[in-house]
Design a binder for this molecule. Structure first.
Ligand code: GLU
Length: 291
């Protein structure tokens, strides 16, 4: 029988806080309970926001918490060639297109459209969908703009992708922390519009790298925060068009701040390093997150 595999996949673009501690420790607890592997993956594709200092902080915090992961750690920034190969395939299969509109262009386009009474769709994060205008650009024009070094991002043609995969996409979600039972959740990738799957300078995006790596690393159980629940719809579609096996998911509760709001990486009072410096012990952290 193949071993079950869990992973914790932080991004070194800020300091870890109690929410990350909960996610990491829950993955560890579930991996231990099922005799599974636990992997650590550093999701550092955003080379402008991720820093070696934040990464060092992640290792310091996780070692201190007593997290025990399998080596080697996969660092996404070291695997751009692998993502490029997957992106090339999506380009060849005409599932992505170069999108040239700047943020200002998008805003103006949508404002104009709304002025004319058209309701503009927004994604689950409240961001307006990308206008489909560039999808219709003739190949010659695309090539001309790319040759002229115009900035662009590769966006998924969600309608084409959905049409090619069949309409009934779902993922399996565990009901609770005991991982006893699953239920199917309908994937709604259209809710996101044409998401970015790669940038001109970086041959991947969060969504693409996560599905490629989860498959490559044989991840069977993705346990992560509820804040990524809706994103799973996009990831499920990418898995389907790339022919990747889908893991089973559990989106856990979020640890909220005293104000009842989601913790952010700039809220230093719930930062693990700050808590440690104040004399808080790993056992206290476990208690604070309810583990
Ligand atoms: N790297 C992502 C984050 O730190 C998590 C990705 C995932 O668990 O799928 O928010």
């Amino acid at each position: 029988m193949t071993l079950l595999t869990f992973r914790f996949a932080p991004s070194p673009n800020g300091e870890l806080h109690l929410g990350h501690a909960y996610s990491a420790l829950l993955n560890q607890k579930l991996a231990e309970a099922t005799g599974a592997r636990l992997l650590l993956r550093i999701e550092d594709i955003d080379t402008t926001r991720c820093t070696p200092e934040f990464e060092a902080g992640i290792f310091r915090d996780l070692n201190w918490l007593g997290l025990d992961w399998e080596e080697p750690v996969r660092r996404q920034s070291e695997h751009f060639a692998a993502y490029q190969a997957v992106l090339d395939r999506l380009i060849r299969e005409e599932l992505v297109y170069p999108a040239f509109m700047s943020r200002g262009d998008i805003r103006a386009f949508i404002a104009d459209s709304e002025k004319r009474g058209r309701h503009w769709p927004r994604d689950p994060d409240g961001v307006p969908h990308y206008p489909a205008r560039d999808k219709a650009l003739p190949m010659k024009e695309r090539k001309r703009r790319i040759a002229e070094n115009m900035p662009f991002a590769w966006r998924l043609d969600v309608e084409t992708a959905v049409a090619r995969t069949g309409m009934n996409l779902a993922w399996m979600e565990f009901g609770d922390e005991t991982l006893q039972a699953t239920r199917p959740v309908e994937a709604r990738p259209r809710d996101w519009g044409d998401v970015i799957v790669a940038r001109r300078e970086i041959p991947t995006s969060y969504h693409l790298a996560v599905v490629v790596d989860d498959a490559l690393q044989g991840v069977s159980h993705v346990v992560r925060g509820q804040d990524l629940f809706s994103a799973t719809s996009v990831q499920r579609l990418l898995q389907e068009i790339l022919g990747l096996r889908a893991p089973t998911y559990f989106h856990h509760r979020l640890i909220l701040g005293p104000d009842g709001r989601k913790l952010s990486k700039s809220l230093s009072d719930s930062g693990l390093a700050t808590l440690r410096d104040a004399g808080v012990q790993p056992a206290d952290i476990r208690r604070m997150v309810g583990l």
